[in-house]
Design a protein around this ligand. Sequence first.
Ligand code: FAD
Length: 378
Amino acid sequence: MKVIIVGSGLAGPVAALALQRLNIASKIFELRSGTAFEGGNIALAPNALRVLDQLGVQKRYGYKALRISRGIVRQTLLEAVHERGIELRYNSRLVDVRETAQSTVIATFADGHIEEADFLIGADGIHSRVRTYLDPTSIPRFSGQMGVGGTLPLSKLPESYRDMYMPCLILGKLNSLLLMPCTNSGDRVGVAATVEAQDRTREGWAQLQNDKEGIYTELQSHHENDSWPEVVHVACRDIEPSSLSIWPFFQLPELDSWTSHSNKVIVIGDAAHAMPPTGGQGAAMAFEDAITLADTLALIDGKDEDPAESVKQWQTDRRERTKKILQFTSTGGNMRKSSVSTYKQIIKEWVMWAYFLWVGKEARTSWIYEYETKRAVP
Ligand SMILES: Cc1cc2nc3c(=O)[nH]c(=O)nc-3n(C[C@H](O)[C@H](O)[C@H](O)COP(=O)(O)OP(=O)(O)OC[C@H]3O[C@@H](n4cnc5c(N)ncnc54)[C@H](O)[C@@H]3O)c2cc1C
């Protein structure tokens, strides 16, 4: 069996590593260059770390949650891809997908390169080209919220706040701000604010991403209000501009199918289901999709079986899980949206307080974090 993987963000390399451990050959095609390691901090929840552990990547972290630079995670995955001899072509933008009567898939890239394989996995993110092949009407829409993140030394926080419990989520009237350690020693603090924003064009978002002063001003404008505690004022003032990045949140209408009719073209990760970052499950869902799909393809490999049943079952299980997670994380995200009325804000805070008192420390989340990927394999 030969597999084409489009995208070397997070889902793509995990899919390639998961296939390789089952002796299935794949080639990854990535539109960016080999030196592009963008992105702010992302959450790696215990279920995300469990997948990395199964692939022998980042074992040292165990299953505790982590917020870590997306660039570091991607670099670690790509190092494993290179070490294990998996072919990865950079500067390769997929422009066309075609299925043949011989049950193969042909991918065409912008530089004219053509590749043929038995399966094509679209791990090409929220603005997926592969998804357009499956459903041209499925267009992501800006959610109205944007993440703004950056870091500063812990020593810059007011002394009385330096040993406060982190991660610490502070709900303001207009948005929320999260403070968390972002190094193993805890000597640096990550700041992640979720703020409301106006939609922009793709170029407009890229422009803001490169405008560190602009992001700094944006962050300030949402947190200069006196209702924020001192620690928020200081964190937003002393955040290092060079560390700043934004991440606009997009929503994706539910797809009718994650696969083509033949089940030979399949989307995973953000290409299939954009997750609101408020639940910290974007990477986890991408990793789970990738490893369970690899296990499913291994069941078909070398057999003359029609892949339909196995892939269909995989899709049913994954859709059910991602839908449940999406509902859970969207509820959390809505709680972080602005409440223009002080009265509503107070009620919201009391409801959240009562909820956590009722559900306890673990917040009944074991179904999210203790998920066993083997269960999703037909
Ligand atoms: C540049 C960038 C920065 C990000 N920063 C953050 C962040 O700060 N916080 C956060 O929570 N999430 C961030 N994310 C998203 C996060 O990585 C994903 O939400 C999640 O982890 C799922 O990963 P994924 O592999 O499905 O998608 P992604 O990580 O988005 O990866 C998709 C990959 O496909 C490639 N690609 C797209 N189209 C094509 C094509 N036509 N041909 C070939 N390759 C293609 C992209 O270049 C990218 O490398 C970022 C994503 C990107 C691409």
